[in-house]
Design a protein around this ligand. Structure first.
Ligand code: IVH
Length: 686
């Protein structure tokens, strides 16, 4: 009989063999409680009782460190950060599912199955389609030995250390209901985040001025692909397993049997929502029911999956090139909600670009509260005829940020007001220039506080002047306390100035000053990039530094001359010459030179061969620090390829706000998705 609450007195244990016995009893009880709590959702002890068992085990392991086992229930805290995740090859490719959006296509799927199997009715297992990341877990001799992401289906990433921090995942398989686990098994499932945890995490991030995650799936992906598993451990990830890729010493005959055995070995499956359907009509009924329950589920699902239940029938039906013929994912419609558009505010970005933002009556769209949505530009607002006071349809589909789809014209009272972008900058009241197509309006004042905040953060970033410890929070602090008023004043900062700010102590002030001063010797290409000239990203900055040996020579280059350079188009050339023609810019550069910043290049060729050689990148959405074409050039400089469409061959998708179908496709193909920040980090780490 299993003990539920082993009574262990640490003090009285003095020799290793008694300790070992106690550790085994405690570990066994804790594993069982984990199973009851995480897998069955039916705990037998209180949280306090559980915590006490865990504390006793920790204390024992500390007293007898040689007895510590790697799969002890205490070993979930995460390990030291790594510099990259190792690659893992999936011996059986992790294929995806054929996705369908309407009943007719589901019926034709069923028709094919019936015809191929020569049956009048096929038995299906219907399951939720969890909206997270596919993973594979390998257990050998019951122990979790490897966990990997899907990657491109063939090669994924080793996330074992991160997966180990997820409480749902057993580190050792057990025979919980008297069915012994197999000696080797590879299972597959989905890692995700519960909505409540996601919302809490975002609140926390907003409070700490960190960017919020757009949806639970992104939050889960961010957590799972961490290099530092301690961060993963602090994020509330969950898992549901739904299949077996390989198994030794056990045969199954149906998918239903697979699911229930997994549960008996301690793996979390969603038995409650798995339904055996006798024929496609029952499966369609399941779709309707689950669709209507969708909003009350604690996590996101984006559809349902129908799988032929019999494994021999599955084998008979076989595979297409990328997906099995025996399963189909029937997706739900994108989630929409209507809400009131109270006002339109205008945000000023780092480069001075103005973006209109819809301020909405907060509305819950599938568990995620949406209160703001970008309206992109005047032209978009005009095209959709969006007016202040309108009731609008807001959509949150696979996209990164919520979209205002359109106004509900029937609900207009007549009091709605049209919107025009302001003529003066909302931050500094300078004149705004608007492009002819109404797609771009800019504030040109370099010292505009909004631009200064963004500009300093950009200047200090890793690929720019690389001033460690000067992130957005600190930048705000320096500006709010008036110790920094423009870029040169950053380089004039003294320790005493920082000490007037309560958040700084001797050490932190000294260290920041040193970082700032050390950054003066950064090479010219970084300095050019750090200036934040609109549309001048890393690649253009490198090119300019290669051709113009000093900043003065660059400043005097004419627009026509710049345009003659390979890969610089009229827009970029115009931006560069306009930027350097501003008196404020010229004065700033003189001042920075006097402060000792390096402004000449050493003329050594930047590296052309790198770890990125041969990799394929796709860029989508809006990039904050560079343009898409510049980023494309940059990866090409580094020996990689830039492509405009996502395919199986894509290695990385760099996605900014507004990413839509490419993002969804990359997700589906399991392609490595990077934010602009992660991309910059990757480049600077080369
Ligand atoms: S079965 C050969 N079952 O959907 C079948 N997949 O588009 C492989 N997913 O990569 C997958 N819930 O990440 C299966 N109940 C479920 C699922 C599920 C979510 C994901 C999985 C897969 C993608 C396929």
């Amino acid at each position: 009989m299993r003990e539920l609450k082993p009574d262990v007195d640490i003090e009285s244990i003095t020799n290793e063999s008694t300790a070992e016995d106690a550790i085994i009893r405690l570990s066994d009880a804790i594993r069982y409680h984990n199973y009851r709590y995480y897998v069955l959702d039916d705990p037998l002890v209180t949280d306090a009782e559980y915590d006490k068992l865990l504390l006793v085990l920790i204390a024992l392991e500390e007293k007898f460190p040689t007895l510590l086992q790697s799969d002890s229930p205490t070993q979930r805290v995460g390990i030291e950060p790594r510099s990259s995740l190792d690659k893992v090859t999936h011996t059986i490719p992790m294929v995806s599912l054929k996705t369908v959006y309407d009943k007719e296509t589901v019926l034709s799927f069923d028709k094919t199955c019936k015809a191929e199997l020569n049956k009048s009715k096929v038995e299906y297992v219907a399951e939720p389609k969890f909206d997270g990341l596919a993973v594979e877990l390998e257990y050998e001799n019951r122990k979790l030995v490897l966990a990997s992401t899907r990657g491109d289906g063939i090669t994924g990433e080793d996330v074992t250390a991160n997966i180990r921090t997820i409480q749902d995942v057993p580190l050792t398989l057990q025979a919980f209901e008297d069915e012994n686990p197999p000696s080797r098994i590879i299972v597959r499932g989905e890692v995700f985040m519960d909505l409540e945890d996601f919302n809490k995490l975002n609140q926390e991030r907003t409070k700490n001025e960190e960017p919020a995650f757009a949806n639970p799936r992104n939050a889960a992906a961010g957590a799972l692909r961490q290099l530092d598993s301690k961060i993963t451990a602090s994020r509330p990830l969950r898992i549901y397993l739904y299949g077996v890729a390989e198994i030794e010493g056990r045969e199954f005959s149906t998918q239903m049997e697979v699911i229930s055995s997994l549960q008996k070995w301690g793996l979390r499956v969603n038995l409650g929502m798995t339904r055996l359907c006798d024929g496609i009509e029952e499966a369609l009924q399941y779709y309707t029911e689950v669709d209507s329950e969708r909003d009350s589920l604690p996590y996101e699902i984006d559809g349902v999956v129908f799988k032929v239940n019999s494994l021999s029938e599955q084998a008979k039906l076989g595979m297409r090139s990328r997906d099995p013929r025996w399963a189909v994912a029937y997706k739900f419609k994108p989630r929409q909600a209507t809400t009131k558009l109270h006002s339109i505010t205008v945000q000023v970005g780092r480069t001075g670009r103005l973006t209109p933002v819809a301020e909405l009556e907060p509305v819950n769209i599938g568990g995620v509260t949406v209160a703001r949505a970008s309206l992109h530009n005047q032209s978009e607002i005009d095209r959709k005829d969006i007016r202040i006071g309108d009731t609008v349809i807001v959509e949150r589909a696979g996209d990164v940020i919520p979209q205002v789809v359109k106004p509900v014209e029937d609900l207009r009272s007549g009091k709605e007001k049209g919107f025009k972008m302001p003529k003066k900058c909302p931050e500094c009241e300078s004149q705004i220039t608007m492009s002819h197509d109404l797609k771009s309006s800019m504030c040109l004042n370099l010292n505009c506080p909004a631009q200064l905040r963004g500009g300093l953060t950009h200047l200090a970033c890793r690929v720019g002047m690389d001033i460690e410890g000067l992130g957005p929070k600190r930048v705000n602090m320096l500006i709010d306390h008036g110790v920094v008023t423009d870029i040169p004043s950053l380089y004039k900062l003294k320790k005493e100035d920082l000490l007037t700010i309560e958040r700084f102590g001797e050490t932190s002030a000294e260290s920041l000053i040193k970082q700032i001063q050390d950054s003066k010797t950064q090479p010219l290409d970084r300095f050019i990039f750090a200036l934040g000239i609109p549309t001048v990203g890393l690649s253009t900055a490198r090119l300019l530094a290669k051709i113009y040996p000093t900043i003065e020579i660059l400043m005097d280059a004419s627009e026509t001359e710049l345009m003659e350079l390979d890969s610089i188009g009229p827009e970029v050339a115009g931006n560069i010459s306009r930027f350097f023609s501003l008196e404020s810019v010229r004065n700033m550069i003189t001042e920075l030179r006097d402060l000792g910043l390096n402004m000449s290049s050493d003329q050594s060729d930047p590296a052309t061969e790198s770890q990125l050689t041969g990799k394929v990148f796709v860029f989508t959405g809006k990039l904050e620090n560079t343009t898409r074409s510049d980023a494309q050039k940059l990866v090409e400089d580094l020996g990689a390829k830039a492509s405009s469409s996502v395919s199986k061959k894509t290695d990385y998708l760099v996605a900014g706000p507004g990413a839509g179908s490419k993002f969804a496709k990359a997700e589906k193909l399991g392609i490595h998705i990077l934010t602009e920040k992660e991309f910059e980090k990757m480049i600077s780490d080369l």
